[in-house]
Write a protein that binds this ligand. Structure first.
Ligand SMILES: [Ca+2]
Ligand SMILES: [Ca+2]
Length: 233
């Protein structure tokens, strides 16, 4: 059977038999309780380490505003993939090209891509994010992305808009030179391109969740001890 809260008159009638109200104690406990709650809420929501980050800003190609690359060429953290058929992949700059992160982005033609490596740790959960845009009038096949042996594909929702894409993966093997690869697999023919930019790979900071949990746990113990101390006064 459900217990109903006592009526105000009933409570008042019993007040003479009960200890004095502890409104002052509650007032001092609430800010601490809120702080502990905020700390608990923050667990797992911060402390990501950036493993790799590149927005295709180097080398500076502001003149002549684009630069072609061939298979095996390297720049910044990337090695270029190209099938040698048709137009090659190229860096392009704003203006006149449309770029939203910095002033440069990468254009992947049919059969071209970029790859790099990173230190993959088995069991860690990595998050890859990047901007993706389809800007031409020939629809490419979905962009292929692979990382540490796991793969997925990405497509666009709206023409000419850079969309933020994310891929979360967990390597099954340790590999100090695991490959990260973004590739346009479209059939032969020019102008079925993908623009990519702002590539970022992150992993939760080693031990950060444990440290935060430990801090939250310590705060909770302090909170309980203070609670006891104040109530015993
Ligand atoms: Ca950029
Ligand atoms: Ca090609």
């Amino acid at each position: 059977m459900k217990n109903h809260p006592p009526s105000r008159a009933h409570s008042r009638g019993q007040n003479r038999l009960l200890p004095p109200p502890r409104t002052g104690v509650s007032g001092r406990l609430l800010p601490l309780a809120a702080a502990v709650a905020a700390l608990l809420a923050s667990v797992g929501s911060h402390q990501a380490t950036t493993i790799l980050q590149d927005g295709f800003e180097t080398p500076d190609i502001s003149a002549p505003t684009y630069k072609y690359y061939g298979h095996g060429d390297t720049f910044s953290v990337w090695t270029v993939i190209d099938d040698g058929i048709g137009e090659r992949p190229y860096l392009h700059a704003n203006p006149p090209y449309f770029v939203v992160e910095g002033t440069q982005a990468m254009e992947l033609n049919q059969g071209s891509g970029v790859r790099t490596t990173f230190n993959a740790v088995a069991g860690e959960t990595y998050t890859l994010s990047f901007l993706l845009r389809h800007s031409s009038n020939i629809q490419p096949l979905p962009l292929e992305v692979s990382a540490a042996g796991q793969s997925t594909t990405f497509f666009y929702n709206v023409d000419n808009i850079y969309e933020l894409k994310t891929f979360t993966f967990t390597p099954t093997l340790n590999d100090p030179a695991a490959e990260l690869r973004l590739y346009n697999p479209s059939p032969v023919g020019d102008y079925a391109t993908w623009s990519i930019d702002a590539v970022k790979l992150t992993v939760p900071e080693a031990g950060s969740t444990g440290l935060l949990l430990s801090l939250a746990g310590s705060s909770l113990l302090v909170f309980i001890r203070m609670n006891r101390t104040l109530l015993e006064r």
